[in-house]
Design a protein around this ligand. Structure first.
Ligand code: NIG
Ligand code: FE
Length: 400
């Protein structure tokens, strides 16, 4: 297939902004991009491919949501109301609600139910141009339910035209049956649950939650040591509610990313830049929780730490299934530029998932996963809120 007359935001670099190629063409063979560039330079061999004239529409890499918890049972609308009445996220968590209330509902749900209930969220993301979605476990916190969640995530990838990357998040919260025995729970995660997920090949990476309502940096380090032993990459929910030092631990394990980062300090920024980690910023959680402390965007920029953004889609801190809304929030709340926001859901999201060699930009050799938009310039993607300009999506080289 050949796409012609396209404004291609290749996102391969930022000079010109967006790596923009006007009057561009993209040649696709099977599932990969064979060639992309100015139409006038199109090599002879591709000129006879069946062409689709895009009439100047903007083409970007398909969006990539690199941090979600979109598989879960129940919802937490009651907590939404409690927060409106003045309770904080931390208070709700400490009184046994929060993540643990979703754990109860997720344990009670069947695997098929989890898939069925996740699909509308996935469909919304696909409908806004996403082609890769990361999904975490972490609402099971026991052997059966953690594995059930990861299997459900894999099934979502078979049910829909989307690439799913799974992440094991067994160290998300302390389950009630381990109350007062956090270290024993971490032993259980390291010795039983994580090895089982790895054995079944249902975990592509390992995440944890380091904060005062979750686990210490030392406990996270034990989980990461096990992940490393099994050959799985790691990433971390870090410095969301307090500066707990998780980012430094993550850096010491060569983590792909540290995520949230509202309370990240200079030492954490330095550790990230030294090890080439990605900062995954989650404006949906910041917005939903009415947070006031911004992640240190300026410091990350100055240190050259690449920034990704994601929905963090989950029933508690970010009931958001709209990647486009997140592009907008990254700009309005975090003062990122529209170009940084789009890079955060394409090129840098791919780096946060460790798939930058095959995904995240419009370049020869990459996956032919593209989004075609009814707009004149890529900056419009972050500008609108509640207006979906998606025209078509290309997934694995096929037009949808
Ligand atoms: O990314 N911070 C921890 N985990 C999730 C929230 C999970 C929940 O509240 O259910 C997050 O915000
Ligand atoms: Fe999260």
């Amino acid at each position: 297939m050949l796409l012609t007359n396209a404004s291609i935001a290749t996102m391969a670099h930022d000079r010109p902004p967006y790596g923009l190629v006007e009057h561009g063409a993209i040649a696709i063979d099977n599932e990969n991009i064979e060639w992309a560039g100015p139409e006038g330079d199109l090599p002879e061999e591709f000129r006879s491919l069946p062409a689709e004239d895009l009439d100047g529409k903007v083409v970007t890499p398909a969006l990539m949501d690199c941090h979600t918890h979109l598989i879960y049972g129940g919802n937490r609308v009651r907590e939404f109301e409690m927060r409106l009445e003045g309770a904080t996220y931390e208070e709700i968590a400490q009184s046994g609600g929060g993540i643990l209330s979703t754990v109860k509902a997720t344990r009670a749900a069947s695997e098929s139910e989890l898939v069925t209930r996740a699909l509308p969220r996935v469909d919304r993301m696909i409908g806004e141009g996403a082609a890769t979605i990361e999904i975490k476990s972490g609402y099971g916190l026991d052997l059966d339910t953690e594995l059930k969640m990861l299997r459900a995530a894999r099934r979502v990838g078979k049910a829909r035209p989307v690439r799913i990357k799974t992440t094991f998040l067994g160290a998300h919260a302390l389950p009630p049956e381990y109350e007062g025995r956090a270290d024993d729970y971490i032993d259980f995660v390291c010795e039983i649950v994580l090895p089982a997920a790895h054995q079944d090949r249902i975990a592509d990476a390992v995440d944890a939650f380091c904060d005062r309502i979750a686990f210490t940096a030392e406990q996270v380090g034990r989980v990461f040591a096990k992940a490393t032993e099994l050959g799985l990459p790691v990433k971390l929910h870090a410095e969301q509610l307090s500066d707990s030092g998780g980012t430094a631990t993550a850096a010491s394990f060569n983590a792909l990313s540290a995520d949230h980062l509202e309370y990240l300090g200079d030492a954490g920024i330095a550790a990230m830049s030294k090890t080439g980690m990605i900062a995954v910023l989650l404006p949906g959680a910041f917005y939903t929780l009415g947070a006031t402390r911004l992640p240190p965007i300026e410091g990350l920029r100055a240190a050259g730490v690449p920034m990704a953004i994601a929905t963090d889609c989950n029933p508690g801190s970010s009931p958001v299934a709209s990647p486009l809304a997140i592009l907008n929030m990254a700009c309005t709340l975090f003062r990122m530029t529209p170009e940084e926001a789009l890079a955060g859901m394409t090129r840098n999201a791919a780096r946060a998932l460790g798939i930058e060699r095959e995904s995240g930009t419009v370049e020869a050799g990459k996956h032919a996963d593209l989004a075609i938009w009814n707009i004149d310039h890529p900056s419009e993607l972050a500008y609108y809120l509640g207006l979906n300009a998606l025209h078509r999506r290309v997934y694995k080289g096929r037009l949808y």
